[in-house]
Design a protein around this ligand. Sequence first.
Ligand code: PHE
Length: 459
Amino acid sequence: MSQSSSSGRGLFSGNLGYVLAVAGSAVGLGNIWRFPYLAAKYGGGIFLLVYFLLLFTFGYALIMAETSLGRNTRLSPVGAYRSFADKQHPFLKIGGWLNAIVPMIILPYYCLIGGWIVKYMFEYVTGGSTAAATDGFFVGFITSNFTPVFWHLIFLGCTALIILKGVEKGVERASVVMMPILLILAFVVAVYSMTRPGAGAGIAYYLIPDFSKFSIMTVVAACGQLFFSLSVGMGILITYGSYMKKDVDVEKATIRIGFMDTTVAMLAGFMIIPAVFAFSGGDATAVNAGPGLMFITIPKVFASMGMGTFIGLAFFVMVFFAALTSSISILETCVSTLTDELKWSRKRATMFMFFEAIALGVPCSLGFGAWDFISIAGLSILDMMDFLASSILCPLCALLTCLLISRVVGIQKLIDEIKSSSAFRGENIFRFCVTYLAPVILTLVFLSSVAATLGFIKI
Ligand code: PHE
């Protein structure tokens, strides 16, 4: 029988299910293509160092803050905010909805990219891996009007089917099956890539700090990456926290989640950077290819090596699992808001989000084809939605959550919530981070993103 709380709310079955579901949300496209590319761009080891420092302080604190807020209120973000926001802090009332809107913006384009991955997987299975590695394949694919939309629907459909099955039977089971396979595939591909001739220079480039590349933007970039990667600032962890049983050790679970997320990000660096180095004859700029790296460079790199089709398939299956467990968490959060706030059934909420993701996903796709004349500040429709959600709204939401906690809820209440199931060793760091460090860093990230939008600085 499936577990549910006294309010009839679905629950994760226990520690492992919870950890794998949140790690499933955290480990996604951000780890696999964004992390290696940023690490390469911002000075290798120095970026890693800053990233780790932020993870152990600010990152962990934000995960625990959102999780314990969710578990304490047993509500998705809108309800959680509403139950505390009072007359003195009316601005906090919008915080819940801001949190809830972020996943609704992310879902359409995340599933579109998910569809691109399914298309590549399909090519590798059906013998099209050589075609996928040819010049112009990727551009030809995303600029066509119908094909990407078809794959988008497939990926979105898979996500919706899992969500219809509920928290324990859908979200948890999918993560428990996919996450271990993902980790094994990540190891296999990383070992393969690191043992190619010429890979050593790439490993050195990845790990050895280049201090000349350090600037305040290293901190801003590491920070932006950190909370995109940890799925912080978009109500996801509040929602997942609301499905967490009262006896789960929040601190230990958080440490495991951070460990898994970082392991996959580091492994992705070990997969991509040495392989691209070996392929390009040591040309460091090849790693900076940005978004095209995964879909254009990587198939070429693998095609040029022995067992390339097999490794390429393993790579895209891994990325598919990573993307699917993340899109599940995005859709689940939207569905949770709609069922809690509008009292809709799970099925109705899922159907609504399905059509919303099509309505906004199709323009994102056409933005590369028939509608490519639409662009603001040089950004495509997809890039605009991503920038709005992850660079502007996420830091703002995380900031509001910190303010809600320190000004209204009271940090002690959440500390008590965490301590109700286990000891809390990092209590003082948690208190300091949520009250002081996180608001300062989040304001910095938010302002630098706004300045970048207005063209004052270049990230
Ligand atoms: N954390 C995911 C990643 O690293 C991205 C994500 C964003 C997941 C938004 C859920 C919600 O790719």
